[in-house]
Design a protein around this ligand. Structure first.
Ligand code: UDP
Length: 468
């Protein structure tokens, strides 16, 4: 129920349907539009809408996705995620499916599937590397062996030396304050282990060491079926992913058409990020100092005027022809695919990271929260297609702590010079690989065939204990 999960889940449903699988998408009022659009354009997908917020959750009626949830409503939102179990079970009874694919944030679906003797596949919407790293973080708690927040530690038993500091560790892993969200995460982990398998929005050639580690060392049954977004055909689907764009896509492309190849920096921090006004001021200063043209997407604030106050004085005039600010929602994949884009400043949400890979664009990494610090390591340390701004602080609300100069320096590193051209050519290689993976005979295509074959031959366990 967050855009970062909904967007790839919709695409997964389309992918299943494109392979002749009878697919029904279960969702909530206000979130059904992308599936409705796919149905209108002829994709054969069933659609079942269940009431949300459910009775008894205490959530205001307009809330349907996490970006609308303020801190005080988190307990109600978590409660609501559990309260829909009965409605979903009724649907399973009616539809009698072979398999239930569920987002990680519905941990009870593992019990619902077991009740009906069908496998539950879980979708986390992240990379293999982050699935492996998060397992090690939880299992070994290496952050407990350092004496200060700034002393680095390495996650044990992984294919690469992935180094972190304690302030980059998720609050639910530190477990300093147990709360509704950390308890939900705990439940998702337990239900993961009881699931039949995992579907991963990634492709083997991107992270072979971690795909192998996840399956062979951690012993998980997993299928990589991505990049899911490549299953979208046509400009309309690309322009309208997730939400309605705040800018006309053609206007945006016309602006980019006027720029030289690889000359523009695209800056966007996903659907949930929240910077302090001070940090936004620093970003503006950093972009100006880096000296390259830019497209900067800023999430709409509750108080729209707030955004005008923090811009450095004279910024708008000085960057008039150089910068395009989009306040709200951008047609991200269309922008990334434009030849003018030379670098992507990203928070390393997995969809954005994969979209950067698919576009063959080097990245400046600025992780903020969730598993983004893990994805950063994949981009900078393993694939070597990006440079970090050096954020050390896990923070979702009011993020700050990165000076504008750090942004300017990282942008310069990925935009110009020898290391930039090396990163660019590696990025182009992964772009090619991504497309090959989803073509007939490619690694993701074949993994999806293997998954479908596996499901065809699935026989239900004799009793519940076989699944548990
Ligand atoms: N996105 C977009 N326009 C925006 C912001 C985000 O199209 O202005 C899309 C982006 O392309 C990606 C998704 O929203 O598919 C964000 O997912 P991600 O995992 O990158 O980050 P999250 O929002 O979950 O933090």
């Amino acid at each position: 129920m967050a855009h970062g999960h909904m967007i790839p889940t919709v695409e997964m449903a389309k992918l299943f349907a494109s392979r002749g699988v009878k697919t029904t998408f279960i969702t909530f009022p206000g979130l059904a539009e992308p599936i409705q659009k796919a149905r209108d354009s002829g994709t054969d997908i069933g659609l079942s809408i269940i009431k949300f917020p459910p009775e008894g959750s205490g959530l205001p009626d307009h809330i349907v996705s996490t970006d609308q949830v303020t801190e005080d409503l988190v307990p109600n939102f978590v409660k609501a995620l559990y309260l829909i179990q009965e409605s979903v079970e009724k649907l399973i009874q009616e539809l009698s499916p072979t398999c239930l694919v569920a987002d990680m944030f519905f941990p009870w679906t593992v019990d619902a599937a077991a009740k009906f003797g069908i496998p539950r596949l879980v979708f986390h919407g992240t990379s293999y590397l982050s699935l492996c790293a998060s397992d090690k973080m939880k299992r070994h708690e290496p952050f407990k062996n350092v004496s200060s927040d700034s002393e680095p530690f390495v996650l044990p038993d992984l294919p690469h030396q992935l180094e972190f500091v304690r302030t980059q560790v998720a609050d639910f892993d530190l477990m300093e304050n147990e709360n509704d969200f950390s308890r939900l995460i705990q439940k998702t982990r337990e239900s993961d282990w009881r699931s039949y398998g995992v579907v991963v929005n990634s492709f083997y050639e991107l992270e072979p060491d971690y795909a192998d580690h996840y399956r062979k060392v951690l012993g998980r049954k997993a299928w990589n079926i991505g990049p899911l977004w490549l299953c979208n055909d046509g400009d309309e689907a690309k322009a309208e992913r997730g939400k309605k764009s705040s800018i006309d896509a053609h206007e945006c492309l016309a602006w980019l058409d006027s720029k030289k190849p690889n000359s523009v920096v695209y800056v966007c921090f996903g659907s949930m990020s929240d910077f302090s006004p001070f940090q936004l001021h620093e970003i503006a200063g950093g972009l100006e100092a880096a000296g390259h043209d830019f497209v900067w997407v800023i999430r709409k604030s509750k108080n729209e005027d707030e955004h005008k106050e923090w811009l450095p004085q004279g910024f708008a005039d000085r960057t008039d022809n150089r910068g395009l600010i989009i306040q709200g929602w951008a047609p991200q994949v269309m922008i990334l695919d434009h030849p003018a884009i030379g670098a992507f400043v990203t928070h390393c949400g997995w969809n954005s990271t994969l979209e950067g890979v698919c576009a063959g664009v080097p990245m400046v990494t600025w992780p903020l929260f969730a598993e983004q610090f893990f994805n950063e390591k994949l981009v900078t340390g393993v694939l070597r297609i990006g440079a970090p701004v050096g954020n050390k602080k896990f923070q979702r609300v009011g993020s700050e702590g990165v000076p504008g100069e750090a942004l300017a320096k990282a942008v310069q590193l990925v935009m110009a010079g020898e290391s930039a051209s090396e990163m660019r050519s590696r990025a182009k290689y992964y772009k090619e690989m991504a497309r090959k993976a989803v073509e007939e005979g490619g690694s993701s295509y074949n993994d999806l065939s293997a998954l479908l074959e596996d499901l065809r031959s699935f026989s239900p366990p004799r009793n519940q204990h076989d699944i548990n």
